[in-house]
Design a protein around this ligand. Sequence first.
Ligand SMILES: Cc1cc2nc3c(=O)[nH]c(=O)nc-3n(C[C@H](O)[C@H](O)[C@H](O)COP(=O)(O)O)c2cc1C
Length: 221
Amino acid sequence: MDITEAINNRHSVRQYKDIPIGEDLKKQLNALVEECNQESGLHIQLILDDSKCFDVFMAHYGMKFRNAFNYLALVGKKDISDLDEKAGYYGEKIVLAAQQMGLNTCWVAGTFGKKKCRVEIAEDEKLVCVIAIGYGENQGKPHKSKPIEKLCKEDLSKMPDWFKAGVDAALKAPTAINQQKFIISMENDEAVIVAKSAAMAKIDLGIVKYNFEAASGHKVL
Ligand SMILES: Cc1cc2nc3c(=O)[nH]c(=O)nc-3n(C[C@H](O)[C@H](O)[C@H](O)COP(=O)(O)O)c2cc1C
């Protein structure tokens, strides 16, 4: 599965099969987590076989998590100025790699037990959010997107193919409550994405930037 297929196939999955992640995939995920931590300075942790984190009222009511026993905890130092955006960017990098490994995921900032989850957080660190991961009972379904004109300032018919591919991937990115609070534009031949002001919009921004870059092969400013 190439990265564009991973972007197209990824949807939030909240119900998982009650089977552990295979040893080989665990190794690959841990290696990727380590690589992301080295590059970003974050303290992302892969936590396995923890039945407590999603065992909260909210996670059953409405959003219905089932057998969500494995998750990535996105942790970083509080004084990293763009901590939320960085967590979004590297979290999505792992999410898409997991999709390519045949796993499913769901970003979760609200419906989990912050106090119950087995993450290590130092005094000077913060838990940004978690990402449930495992073998899905289903593959989820595509989200409804805002019209392209609301998310991209440019006339796409005049844009290069790489930009179009980036915009398409950005629209498919997961965002908190599917809010899609971002605007894409082109400035001096480079893609620019900015977040509107909203709760969790900076995490979303990192996610959206990663999707755009992965699909287009072009760095976003
Ligand atoms: C930062 C962030 C936080 C989220 N928090 C939750 C959550 O607390 N509970 C939940 O069930 N889904 C959560 N989601 C999943 C979104 O609802 C989902 O990504 C969005 O509706 C788009 O659907 P899709 O991921 O299937 O494309 C979150 C997503 C993001 C990016």
